[in-house]
Write a protein that binds this ligand. Structure first.
Ligand code: G3H
Ligand code: 13P
Ligand code: ZN
Length: 331
């Protein structure tokens, strides 16, 4: 059975990106794997009146099942209306690695897919991306491509070293593939350990300050592709207070460093119109769960620790929308 995303109230990203680029803000792209994460995202976006891109990764598909997640997204559209919000919601496949996977998501009702061919040689990346675009176009589904490799290790997204995007390739890539947006590598990376301590300096409060993002690469890309939507993956900020709570209550997260929020704010004001955040949400939930279970050892009802985790996640997402991405009141 094939379903078009419009039938279930989702939107593609074209209009969202057009407004974000001209308005100088970025759309939040938040990953979800379970009900509490999805509820937190929808509550945060409705309360701030922000558009949102819900993301399903390969890891999420394995953990929770692609079909179930897609029906949850359909439920999220209705849930947002019930909460009184009329916010645009897109559903994106995060880091799709094959044509077949992208096709199956499009057929299932996703409104956007990322085909991540960044690990392939350039010509192969062009070929696989163009094939996905050709199929997606027929269904008016948006496609995100990627040039340059982000470092980081997670379930299904693994690269030890990053390779910055080469600005001289972007025009050729976009014109040959027809992608709607382009993810680039300018110093962000996946996970909670984005930089080694020796790459950072320390400020007065003892907080690691990482090297700045390569804004010169971003500007060159903007000059070559004026007004074209750019995407930043690996954009968690790894808040120190969350890492401290996790470690205080028995966790062991060492040398965690993220992307400072002011860097992301600066990027959001430029052609960067989609910012991917996943790890910070994981930290927020884990901190809350650890705290409740340590402080209240008698608790065994999952709602008693997942409820506070959801609340903490919602506050984190609202903070990003209002203070970092600038997407509040843009729904
Ligand atoms: O970019 C990667 C996302 O954070 C998803 O990670 O494959 O562990 O779900 P995951
Ligand atoms: P973080 O690991 O920095 O949250 O990045 C998430 C991401 O890029 C999802 O595609
Ligand atoms: Zn990513």
């Amino acid at each position: 059975m094939k379903i078009n995303y419009r039938e279930i109230g989702l939107v593609n990203t074209k209009d969202l990106f057009k407004k974000a680029v001209s308005g100088g803000y970025a759309i939040p792209a938040y990953n979800f794997n379970n009900m509490e994460q999805l509820q937190a995202i929808i509550m945060a976006c409705v309360e701030t009146s922000s558009p949102v891109i819900l993301q399903v990764s390969s890891g999420a598909r394995k953990y929770a099942n692609q079909t179930l997640l897609r029906y949850m997204a359909e439920g999220a559209v209705e849930y947002s209306k019930e909460l009184g919000g009329d916010i645009p919601i897109a559903l994106n496949l995060d880091h799709g690695d094959t044509f077949e996977l992208c096709k199956s998501c499009i057929d299932l009702g996703f409104s956007s897919v990322m085909i991540d061919g960044s690990h392939h040689p350039y010509e192969k990346n062009v070929e696989i991306t163009a094939k996905v675009v050709e199929y997606a176009r027929r269904h008016d589904v948006s496609v995100e491509g990627e040039l340059g490799v982000l470092a980081g290790i997670e379930d299904d997204v693994v690269a030890e070293k990053s390779t910055y995007t080469r600005p001289e390739e972007v025009q050729d890539f976009v014109s040959k593939t027809g992608v709607d947006s382009l993810a680039i590598s300018i110093g962000t990376s996946h996970g909670a350990n984005k930089f080694k301590p020796e790459q950072c300096t320390k400020n007065e409060e003892g907080i690691f300050v990482p090297p700045p993002l390569k804004f010169e690469i971003l500007h060159e890309i903007e000059e070559r592709l004026p007004g074209f939507p750019i995407v930043l993956h690996g954009s968690s900020s790894v808040p120190k207070n969350l890492v401290d709570i996790i470690n205080k209550y028995g966790g062991s997260i060492k040398d965690a460093v993220g992307i400072p929020e002011d860097q992301l704010r600066k990027a959001a004001k430029s052609a960067v119109c989609k910012i991917n955040i996943d790890s910070d949400g994981r930290l927020a939930m884990t901190a809350a769960v650890r705290e409740v279970l340590s402080e209240k050892p008698e608790v065994f009802d999952p709602r008693k620790y997942l409820g506070p985790a959801r609340e903490s996640l919602k506050e984190l997402y609202k903070h990003k929308i209002i203070n970092v991405l600038g997407s509040a009141d843009k729904a």
